[in-house]
Design a protein around this ligand. Structure first.
Ligand code: N01
Length: 544
């Protein structure tokens, strides 16, 4: 830890991050009288929605579902204007929540937490920031999101490039004008697929560099109607409860038949119907799409045929049609006119599946032995997901062990909430929880409630330390992998598997057993006296 500290203070809890997790945590802690400091590296609240301001950014979970459920007045008063909300509106919502609950006064913006070390003697965390402050806290909570550390590939010549570069996950706050420019987009994940149609309308020419094609479903986004809004708001508490015990934390109409149990004609008609409705409900066309390769093949081929139908140039259409992994095993994308964009005169697709981009030059880049000149290059190249942001902080638990060291073969958590040897440190939607395989806001609320209830329990029982046992953690880590291995997910080189980051261990990081199943497991664990956790009572010194 640094010797050059400007200030030191002491609180009950330090929260890192003022996104949806940090805001709700702060709200709950405040109500319980838990003194709290929140540190946020961004200049304002919103987390993911603060950083990801690229053109076309929106959420692919329906607005009526991608929102807090903890306050009935809040969910009644806020009005969403579209079925799937654009980023500015979600950010406005985060700001509304911060103002409505007067949260900003406990948040330090533009401050990054650099280190957090557990002092075994004092049973407290020493948290250090890049502003030179050290805060002592009983509880340390990483509310830093799962997809927060943007990755730009290490390309030769990057520094010598004279044009502008951008990353979708760290987009400028002011409007970027691409009018008349030749631009490149590298990457065709959710971010690229959302940005490309919008950028193509503005740029003189757009070249997309595609390493792996992605399955993308049409969003069929529409303005919110009063009728639809009411269909939720009139029965919000009941709907939210249903969401909490659902598979993904959102209500989707899931077909409970296996794909091959119906005739070819019926199968095609189910796919066509869901394609027409739009959004991720396509993956619920049958109940075995993510567990049976044969079932998956039928859905994948349906989507490939839609791509071939939409894209007029057959060579481009074929390049855009994914064939190397099952549909849904990389994060499914949802788009507004993505494949249609390749019918524009000013858009080209460059396939770089055979060889990586060779280098950048002062005025562009070289790929497949050819030089391309660009005024701007947009990296939509993703994130060091799930663990990257946790490792950015020098977190050390018992015996000065670094979290990064303990997890060098992959994340080890109990329930994705805590890790043994890191007492009183919680992660909100950490690896080993449904997290990115769910409606994040629902999972965030569940974790925040678990953490606050645990602290209340500790206070009531006179405990001051909480930590998972080694056995409980080992069993959970095995369970997470066994559950993933029953699905097709491990068959894709996805960021869920850490496969997008050179050198990262390959294993499925989220818990795929389902949001409702997971919630019930957590409830049972609490019901059995926090089974798998161990507590230490207050020492005389600590009680003073
Ligand atoms: O990142 P990604 P993202 N050279 O990792 C390619 C959430 N999200 O920012 O597939 C060339 O998915 C990479 O290629 P490959 C959502 O959970 C949600 O798009 O690894 N290409 C891939 O095509 C999402 O999954 C929403 O072969 C390189 C792309 O870059 C997650 O955020 C919207 C490369 C990265 O795709 C991340 O999405 C946006 C290289 N060196 C995001 N390195 C919604 O709610 C990487 N790529 C809608």
């Amino acid at each position: 830890m640094s010797d050059q500290l400007k200030a030191s203070s002491s609180v009950d809890a330090v929260i890192v991050g003022a996104g949806f997790s940090g805001l709700y945590l702060l709200h709950r802690f405040r109500k319980l009288g838990i003194s709290t400091r929140v540190f946020e590296r961004g200049g304002d609240v919103g987390g993911t929605w603060y950083w990801n301001r690229y053109p076309g950014a929106r959420c692919d979970v329906e607005s009526m579902q991608y929102s807090y459920s903890f306050d009935e007045d809040l969910q009644q008063e806020w009005q969403w204007s579209e079925k799937f909300s654009p980023q500015p509106q979600i950010l406005a919502y985060a700001n509304h929540v911060a103002d409505r609950f007067d949260l900003r006064k406990d948040i330090d913006f533009d401050v990054e937490v650099t280190a957090a070390h557990f002092d075994e003697g004092a049973r407290r965390w020493a948290v250090e920031t890049d502003s030179g402050e050290r805060v002592s806290a009983q509880f340390f909570i990483m509310a830093t999101g799962c997809i927060s550390t943007a990755q730009i590939p290490d390309l030769d010549g990057f520094d010598g490039y004279k044009g502008r570069t951008f990353h979708t996950g760290n987009w400028p706050h002011e409007k970027v004008d691409f009018t008349g420019e030749r631009i490149a987009v590298i990457g065709t994940g959710s971010s690229g697929i959302q940005a490309i149609p919008v950028l193509a309308q503005e740029a003189a020419h757009l070249t997309v560099f595609q390493r792996t094609p992605n399955y993308s479903l049409p969003s069929r986004n529409v303005p919110m109607t009063e009728e639809y809004e009411h269909s939720w708001k009139d029965v919000y508490p009941a709907k939210r409860d249903e969401m909490r015990y659902s598979g993904h934390g959102s209500l989707k109409d899931l077909n409970d038949k296996p794909a091959l149990s119906v005739s070819e004609e019926e199968r095609q008609s189910v796919f066509a119907e869901r394609w027409k409705v739009g959004g991720t409900i396509f993956l619920g066309s049958f109940n075995d799409i993510l567990t049976s390769q044969e079932a998956n093949d039928t859905a994948a081929e349906f989507v490939r045929n839609q791509i071939r139908r939409i894209v007029k140039d057959p060579v481009t259409g074929e390049l855009l049609a994914p064939k190397t992994y099952p549909i849904g095993t990389k994060r499914i994308c949802v788009d507004s006119g993505y494949f249609e964009t390749y019918n524009r005169e000013n858009v080209d697709l460059v396939d770089i599946s055979g060889a990586p981009i060779e280098r950048m030059t002062p005025d562009g880049l070289v790929a497949n032995g050819q030089h391309y000149a660009f005024d701007s290059i947009v990296f939509a190249t993703g994130f060091d997901a799930m663990t990257g942001t946790l490792f950015n902080v020098d977190i050390r638990g018992r015996r000065d062990q670094a979290l990064k060291e303990k997890w060098n073969a992959g994340p080890r958590t109990y329930l994705g909430l805590m890790s043994e040897a890191f007492p009183n440190m919680f992660m909100i939607t950490g690896p080993g929880s449904p997290s990115v395989k769910s409606n994040m806001v629902m999972s965030i609320e569940q974790h925040v409630d678990f953490v606050t209830d645990s602290i209340v329990h500790m206070r009531e029982q006179g405990y001051d330390v909480m930590e998972p046992t080694v056995n409980a953690e080992d069993e959970w880590v095995d369970h997470v992998q066994e559950t993933a291995n029953k699905t097709l997910f491990p068959r894709a080189n996805s960021w869920y598997m850490g496969a997008n980051m050179p050198g990262k261990p390959r294993l499925f990081m989220p818990y795929i057993g389902g949001v409702g199943v997971y919630r019930k497991i957590c409830e049972e664990i609490v019901g059995e006296g926090y089974k798998g956790f161990r507590f230490e009572a207050k020492t005389a010194a600590a009680a003073e």
